[in-house]
Design a protein around this ligand. Structure first.
Ligand code: SF4
Ligand code: SF4
Length: 236
């Protein structure tokens, strides 16, 4: 199991207008229902990112304040939601930024799209922050390379979705250093992991292009999206 966030220590919660944030982060990620592409490869038959046995969504504390009175879709993750598995919630919570909390939903058969958390809307991506703190674009949750169809089809990600993603996080980072710091750490972890694997990091750059980034020098090489790697059952 893998959480969708990283560790942080500082708590500062700026006021967020969650309904407005959800409205401006609603564009389809790709031109098809990607859940239909990945679910057949999951024994549970669920899209991987909506299967609590594979992903525990993280939400901002302010989102939880907004969601609680409006929907029964979510509850705070207990660690016993995956049938036959018992997780230690403290362990995963310890790896989660303090300004976020881990949630579980009713499952994809009962999804209420208007109440999807930011974690649902951004998946499989996170804001990629260079070592000099520049927000360069979208990188992906590398633990899902073999399961998420989108990661193997980055060229299908819509320009509208990319623009919304950049706009939402630019605004959040302008007001919330802790959120920027958490993604800086996640980006740094990715550089360390990809350096150890001797691999370059695929990046959906904010300029609209696709790049491979050296995790050591951080030099970037522009590539055609069809040249980006594909994984697992999505290689053909
Ligand atoms: S984002 Fe990835 S894991 Fe989630 S439904 Fe789409 S293809 Fe599946
Ligand atoms: S709220 Fe919807 S999109 Fe988010 S994890 Fe649950 S089923 Fe998936």
């Amino acid at each position: 199991m893998y959480n969708l966030s990283v560790a942080m220590t500082t708590i500062h919660l700026p006021e967020l207008k969650i309904d407005a944030l959800y409205r401006r982060f609603d564009a389809p990620m790709v031109d098809c229902d990607c859940g239909l592409m990945c679910a057949p490869h999951n024994p549970s038959g669920k899209p991987f990112c909506c299967d609590i046995c594979h992903a525990v969504p993280a939400a901002y504390q302010q989102e939880w304040d907004y969601l609680q009175p409006r929907t029964n879709l979510w509850h705070v993750w207990r660690g016993d939601e995956c049938p036959g598995e018992k997780e230690n919630p403290e362990e995963l919570r310890g790896e989660t930024p303090q300004h976020m909390l881990l949630l579980a939903c009713l499952g994809p058969a009962h999804c209420q799209r208007q109440f999807r958390a930011v974690g649902c809307r951004q998946f499989p991506f996170f804001p990629y922050i260079a070592s000099d703190y520049r927000f360069l674009g979208l990188a992906y949750e590398w633990a899902f390379e073999d399961t998420c169809w989108v990661i193997s089809n980055l060229g299908r990600v819509s320009a509208e979705y990319r623009a919304e993603f950049l706009g939402v996080y630019e605004d959040l980072f302008a007001r919330w250093q802790a959120d920027l710091d958490s993604y800086y750490l996640q980006s740094e972890q990715m550089r360390i992991q990809f350096s150890a694997m001797n691999r370059r990091i695929p990046l959906l750059h904010r300029n609209g292009g696709f790049y491979l980034v050296s995790p050591n020098s951080e030099r970037m090489r522009r590539v055609a999206p069809e040249r980006l790697p594909r994984f697992g059952p999505y290689t053909t």
